[in-house]
Design a protein around this ligand. Structure first.
Ligand SMILES: *Cc1c(COP(=O)(O)O)cnc(C)c1O
Length: 464
């Protein structure tokens, strides 16, 4: 079998990549100087690169390869569907079997009365759909002024203009501006922002910022609140236990639609099928993508309650994507969900793998450079700090030490990401105990080497 990605030496591939390929979230000039890493194939939790390294992927790609790499069943289903019906749309009063079957399955899996599915091609698109959905919902209910959506600083909801505006990433807002009618409140990141408050007090304070914002804007102007059950791209920020119950109370009290962005948390990541179940949230809408197909095909969806769907059904919703419910992507997603369920992968995460990973991950807390250690299900983070007691940040620019640590991870054949000076993991859900042991020992070695480097570079200094 020819392997297209392996058809020339690494340096030639790197030169061509630098010449023609623009990368997401990357400083193009810096990367061109350094040379990109080229992944050629993968199996289970292991990646192979063009230099022959075997790397443990503790990020499951971009938080998405929940069932692991190399599942032939998904390839077979895709080939079969391409032969039978490679494409048809779901506009203009038509449908097809994969979209119908997947919508039905999602309605069954999703909690409560989240029973209606609007498909998209990516998490960003689905969140753009959500902006239009909630505004249309209130318009149809005779409240066209309820348009403002409240979200959180350092939240991540995607990269299209709408989804990026919902997100609270300042660096993204600075490039091209944001859409109107979105208000950001502070994130529940106790380690970084909790000051002298206890985590529980802080959780309540951050949740009550939602109430303050609603009262300031006026109840009749606010459409919805959107948040990730556990912030992913923001650094795997696990909110204090007091946070979500208070958010739920406020959404109920002011009748604000609650959108849970489950793009990372969905499909077993937190130890249950949905993060909303783990965090005890009752959303009106959830966004799903990533683990929906384990990344084998691009597909996403907004799943809404009976009540929301009923209102939207009262009008023509002038919205949709050419690839909404794409038959090949839908068929692959359905097969992925079958495997997650029938092989007991989600159940095993909750009962065995996540508890085992939690204990192993928390053992890294004794490292001199590790402060905050957080983990929910199969997503974890470590805050690097020069002083655990005072929860200090480094004097160097945020991310300097994190990047050093990430480089040492790569050098030890481990993909762990850094967000600023937080290290994060989100491995495939099929990772075994032995592979978890390998992950932890490589992580510890990388931390030791980074610690060494940080001291040698004179960076072991707290910000004043
Ligand atoms: C990745 C992500 C998105 C965006 O999904 P894309 O498929 O990259 O558009 C949205 N929300 C969350 C929480 C994500 O992690």
């Amino acid at each position: 079998m020819t392997q297209i990605t392996n058809h020339m030496p690494t340096e030639e591939l790197q030169a061509l990549d630098a010449a023609h390929h623009m990368h997401p979230f990357t400083h193009g000039g810096e990367l061109a100087g350094k040379g990109v890493r080229i992944i050629t194939r993968a199996k289970g939790v292991m990646l192979h690169d063009s230099d022959g390294n075997e790397i443990l992927d503790a990020m499951a790609g971009l938080w998405c390869v929940n069932i692991g790499y190399g599942r032939e069943e998904l390839a077979d289903v895709a080939a079969r569907q391409m032969r039978e019906l490679p494409y048809y749309n779901t506009f203009f009063q038509t449908s097809h079997v994969p979209a119908i079957a997947l919508a039905e399955r999602l309605a069954e899996l999703a909690p409560g009365d989240l029973n209606h599915v609007f498909f998209a091609g990516s998490g960003s698109e689905a969140n753009d759909t959500n902006i239009r959905l909630v505004r249309t919902y209130w318009q149809e209910r005779g409240k066209p002024e309820k348009t403002t959506i409240i979200s959180r600083k350092n939240g991540y909801h995607g990269s299209t203009l709408g989804a990026m505006s919902l997100g609270g990433m300042a660096g993204m807002h600075a490039q091209g501006g944001v859409v109107q009618g979105i208000r950001h409140i502070d994130q529940p990141n106790w380690w970084a922002e909790g000051g002298e408050m206890s985590p529980e007090e802080f959780g309540l304070e951050r949740a009550r910022q939602l109430e303050k914002a609603i009262l300031e804007l006026g109840e009749d102007k606010v459409a919805a609140f959107i948040a990730e059950p556990v912030q992913g791209a923001g650094g795997v920020i696990v909110p204090p236990e007091s946070y979500w119950p208070e958010i739920q109370r406020i959404c109920d009290r002011y009748k604000i639609l609650l959108i849970a962005d489950e793009v990372i948390c969905g499909f077993g990541r937190t130890g249950q099928w949905f993060g909303s179940q783990t965090l005890n949230i009752r959303p009106d809408i959830i966004t799903v993508a990533k683990g929906l197909s384990s990344g084998y095909q691009p597909i996403a969806a907004s799943i809404v309650t009976d009540a929301v769907a009923e209102v939207i059904a009262g009008c023509e919703f002038n919205h949709g994507y050419t690839y909404s419910g794409h038959p090949v992507a839908a068929a692959v997603a359905l097969e992925n969900l079958r495997i997650l369920d029938e092989e007991g992968i989600v159940a095993r995460v909750g009962a065995e793998t996540a508890p085992y990973l939690k204990e192993a991950w928390e053992s890294l807390g004794d490292h001199p450079m590790v402060g905050d250690v957080r983990i929910v299900g199969m997503m974890g983070s470590l805050a690097l700090t020069p002083d655990k007691e005072s929860r200090a940040t480094f004097a160097s620019d945020a991310g300097t030490v994190g990047l050093m640590c990430r480089e040492r991870c790569f050098a030890n054949n481990l993909v762990m990401r850094h967000v600023g000076d937080r290290m994060i993991i989100s491995p495939p859900l099929v990772i075994t105990r032995d592979e978890i042991d390998m992950l932890i020992s490589r992580a510890r070695k990388a931390l030791d080497e980074a610690y060494e480097q940080v001291r040698e570079a004179g960076l072991w200094k707290a910000a004043s």
